[in-house]
Write a protein that binds this ligand. Structure first.
Ligand code: FPP
Length: 235
């Protein structure tokens, strides 16, 4: 008789939310319309994942919301994204707390408009302490910048560090490595997302454009993950 293996479950899932612009273009609408639809898709997805942490084992979701490169998008598009951030971090975030979910923000916040920076910091600080699920927003985030920042902090500290000490200097201190990274929108690359942490992550790429990426598509990715064999370089 075939022995039943326990289902492999990711604790931390990373999500590269790509394809908002193309989704809007298909509908002859401005890119900002796609980002707004993307935010709605993300809100639904977070609701779904946070409601099923017991069954799925997912305790962290990192969403690539704004890369360092995205900051050079046209001013109008960027302002639209900033307005979505303002909206999310004034209203939606409270609904997360009510469900015992926490918020964490990773990235270089120093160059963001001051009101947004304050909202993001408050979003993190007001989170419940005993949360069962955490949404991590990568905002003005770049993996290489994160590593460089950590290296500079280490140099300032003036002594050699082991991996454990070094990882405390990354934005993701206290968060486990991502087990699974999902990218929507058809491109097959990581685009500077969690460059250090993703070393052994399983990658899942789908052609679905992010605004159409729903609970069913997420569960498909989890199912695919459960079938993967992870060896971490061993035989
Ligand atoms: C990439 O799609 C997506 C982004 C640059 C922004 C992602 C943001 C959201 C999904 C919503 C924001 C959420 C909050 C909380 C503010 P793209 O524009 O590069 O798409 P394309 O490749 O089709 O052009």
């Amino acid at each position: 008789m075939e022995e039943k293996q326990p289902l492999k479950q990711p604790v931390h899932v990373g999500l590269i939310m790509d394809g908002n612009g193309r989704w809007a273009k298909k509908r002859k609408m401005p890119r900002s319309f796609g980002h707004s639809a993307g935010m709605n898709a993300m809100i639904k997805l977070v609701g779904h994942i946070s409601a099923h942490t017991q069954e799925t084992g997912v305790k962290y979701l990192t969403v690539y919301t704004l890369s360092t490169e995205n900051l050079s998008r046209p001013a109008e598009e960027l302002e639209g994204l900033f307005n979505l951030l303002r909206k999310y971090f004034t209203t939606n975030v409270k609904k997360l707390y009510a469900k015992n979910c926490a918020v964490k923000v990773i990235g270089d916040l120093t160059v963001l408009p001051e009101d947004i920076r304050e909202l993001l910091i408050a979003g993190e600080n007001n989170s419940p302490d005993d949360a069962g699920f955490t949404v991590i927003f990568a905002i003005n985030y770049g993996g290489r910048c994160e590593i460089l920042n950590a290296v500079n902090l280490a140099v300032e500290g003036g002594k050699k560090l082991n991996a454990e000490e070094f990882e405390k200097l990354l934005y993701t201190d206290g968060v486990p490595y991502p087990d699974l990274i999902i990218r929507t929108g058809g491109e097959m690359r990581l685009s500077n997302f969690l460059a250090y942490q993703a070393a052994y992550a399983e990658l899942y790429f789908t052609d679905v454009l992010f605004p159409d990426f729903n609970e069913k598509e997420f569960d498909k990715a989890l199912k695919e993950f459960s079938r993967r064999e992870r060896r971490y370089g061993k035989v």
